[in-house]
Design a protein. Structure first.
Length: 231
């Protein structure tokens, strides 16, 4: 009578899911979601009322994702103290996927949007005793726990972006759509994979290549531009 270990070995050798019997499916190179058009990018931030703290928050939140291509989890964990003046410019420092700490240059319009939001939200933050190290984007309504001095959850950010997508007529929009929009637009403008990788903080530049919708454009293929008759 065969032993139990022998039976287990025979069973595993006949496993129909074994890669020796079945070739694993290739990972899809197609990215989920969509990139917004330039027109849609101009429409989306016009939804929030920037005269009110919550509207100014939503505007600054979407602008950060559209300009810096940050992941939703990274945006949620931003703190006001992460904004620093360094080497003659404003920068934003944050931990990214994988636990690495990265730095982005902070564009003037994004810095201004954040400053306007914090100015309008100052009284509420003083009441909550929020200091400079408090989370940058906080909930203005939280009837379940009544805790306001905390970070927006990824789910809350998804709802905010989807809300303004519907309101402005842009349609279904997710936070990753905003990140994808920034990456796709940068590539369309002729930025190199390395430059875009510096923005996205991807560890592998091959990941950036997946966002390049024009990589199959034969008119832009390097073959067309090679010339050995010039120095």
């Amino acid at each position: 009578m065969p032993s139990l270990s022998t039976l287990k070995l025979e069973e595993s050798s006949l496993n129909p899911a074994s890669t020796k019997l079945v070739t694993p499916a290739e990972l899809s190179t197609e990215l989920s979601g969509r990139a917004l058009t330039s027109k849609e990018v101009r429409y989306l931030p016009t939804g929030p009322d920037c005269e009110k703290p919550e509207g100014a928050r939503d505007y600054a939140l979407m602008l950060v994702m559209l300009r810096l291509s940050m992941r939703v989890a990274e945006v949620c964990l931003l703190r006001a103290s992460f904004i620093k003046w360094s080497h003659g410019r404003w920068t934003l420092r944050c931990k990214v996927k994988g636990g690495r700490e990265e730095v982005w240059p902070l564009p003037k319009d994004v810095k201004q949007a954040i400053d306007e939001y914090l100015k309008l939200d100052a009284e509420r933050r003083r009441t909550l005793h929020s200091n400079e190290d408090a989370y940058l984007f906080q909930p203005h309504s939280n009837y379940r726990t009544l805790v306001f001095d905390k970070a927006l959850s990824t789910r809350m950010v998804q709802k905010i972006v989807a809300k303004w997508g519907r309101f402005t007529g842009v349609g279904d929009v997710s936070p990753h759509n905003l990140r994808r929009t920034a990456i796709t637009r940068a590539l369309e403008m002729g930025q190199t994979y390395h430059q875009v990788q510096m923005m996205t903080k991807h560890k592998d530049p091959k990941t950036v290549m997946r966002y390049d919708l024009g990589r199959e454009n034969l008119d832009q293929n390097a073959v067309n531009f090679l010339d050995y008759n010039r120095d």
